[in-house]
Write a protein that binds this ligand. Structure first.
Ligand SMILES: [Zn+2]
Length: 410
């Protein structure tokens, strides 16, 4: 007789398994966990005879894969609330930049902050995500923009992984913006990224992936290609901030390097979508930044659907363009702004978000053999996860089969 560590009974499952009909729903189900992985799941009436060290009834709650936030910048110091207020009072971007605002204000604050300050500010944001069922988070560097602070940011990300119990993927984003000291010399800055920053991050095993910001106001496709060539030579997968404000060919560039994902994509052309489909790269949509910037150009949702590109969604948590620490809120925004269905939104923060991080082999769906990263919800149907905003229905979160948080008792 098989032996399990934990058996959860009286549950409804939304497995989100690939190819399954409507959310992969199994009503009146049960799920068994052994050594941190899912050992069995199905209709409770078909539960095989087995011994379990612990058995619990969840009294009709719904289980989904734990959520995955696959694009964040949540390690930074300070915030830009004053700038937000200035803008709403009518100051121009130029006024704000002259007064020291914009991304460089976050870079300066991050360079000046201690590791402890960075860690504790980021922990509060991570806690907010976890309270809503997020078990896996990607965090980028990109507010250091010098060798020392970029490495320090990535070390803080690793420290957060150790202290939080969450699964945290670390992405090197040295090519996020051109720092003030390299103004007008972006090529020299890319030299620094390729010759020093990225090799040092790799040497210290701090980068699970490499990202860059390909945009008219940031780095050109040629500059990004140099960063990606370096990443490729070091064997690190890539992803890209692409086509957010203009169609700069970013999606096609990302696809040509077999990127895990291309992110934003508001201005991506049909050719870019086709390239993503052929490369198997995920499309990560970021409705929080779309909302904050008051954008009107929608990402090419129909073309992405028609080409069967995997669509993920993420908070893009950052102090300038997406000060959002709620993946549930972003699911709602993806429906209301981008017209994704609630099922597409849930796939976007589970199965497809796992793809965007290269983790689809062990999470993102409820299936035998995958990690028991499971969120339990007080809901009547999984469509509610995209419908409500600000109502936290998480009952409990398991990460690799262990309790990670019970918000009601916290
Ligand atoms: Zn971003």
């Amino acid at each position: 007789m098989p032996g399990w560590d934990l058996l959860l009974t009286d549950v409804h499952l939304a497995t989100m398994a690939e190819g399954a009909a409507a959310y992969g729903i199994v009503e009146d189900g049960a799920i068994a966990i052994s050594s941190g992985n899912i050992a069995w799941l199905g209709a409770q009436s078909e539960l095989p005879a087995a011994e379990s060290r612990e058995t619990r009834s969840l009294e009709g709650r719904w289980l989904t894969p734990a959520l995955i936030d696959c694009h964040t910048h949540l390690v930074f110091a300070g915030n830009r609330a004053a700038e937000f207020e200035q803008r709403l009072r009518g100051d121009s971007y130029q006024d704000i930049a002259r007064a020291g605002g914009g991304i460089m204000s976050t870079v300066n604050a991050t360079r000046a902050a201690s590791d402890d300050e960075l860690r504790s500010a980021a922990t509060a944001r991570l806690d907010s995500l976890t309270r809503e069922g997020v078990a896996t988070v990607e965090i980028k560097s990109g507010y250091g923009l010098n060798v020392e602070t970029e490495l320090r940011m990535l070390e803080v990300v690793r420290a957060l992984a150790a202290s939080s119990g969450l699964s945290i993927r670390s992405t090197f984003l040295g090519a996020h913006a051109i720092p003030g000291e390299y103004k007008g010399k972006s090529g020299e800055y890319i030299d620094l990224v390729c010759d020093q920053m990225l090799p040092a991050a790799h040497e210290a095993q701090l980068a699970d992936a490499v990202d860059a910001y390909c945009e008219s106001i940031a780095f050109s496709t040629d500059e990004v290609a140099r960063v990606f060539e370096t990443a490729k030579s070091l064997g690190i997968p890539v992803k890209l901030h692409a086509d957010q404000l203009t169609d700069g060919g970013g999606a096609a560039l990302a696809a040509s390097f077999g990127a895990l994902s291309a992110d934003h994509l508001e201005f991506t052309s049909n050719e870019g979508v086709t390239a993503l489909a052929e490369a198997g790269s995920a499309a990560v949509l970021l409705p929080g930044a779309f909302l904050t910037l008051g954008e009107t150009q929608l990402p090419p949702i129909d073309a992405l659907r028609d080409s069967a590109v995997r669509i993920a969604i993420a908070t893009d948590c950052n102090p300038g363009t997406s000060p959002i620490c709620s993946l549930r809120a972003v699911m709602n925004l993806a429906s209301s702004l981008f017209h994704l269905t609630p099922e597409e939104c849930l796939a976007g923060v589970t199965r497809n978000a796992a793809h965007a991080l290269g983790l689809e082999h062990d999470r993102g769906t409820l299936e035998v053999g995958k990690r028991a990263d499971i969120a339990a919800w007080d809901i009547g149907h999984p469509r509610e996860l995209s419908y409500w905003m600000g109502l936290n229905q998480l009952s409990e979160l398991l990460i690799a089969g262990l309790a990670a948080g019970r918000p009601s008792g916290a």
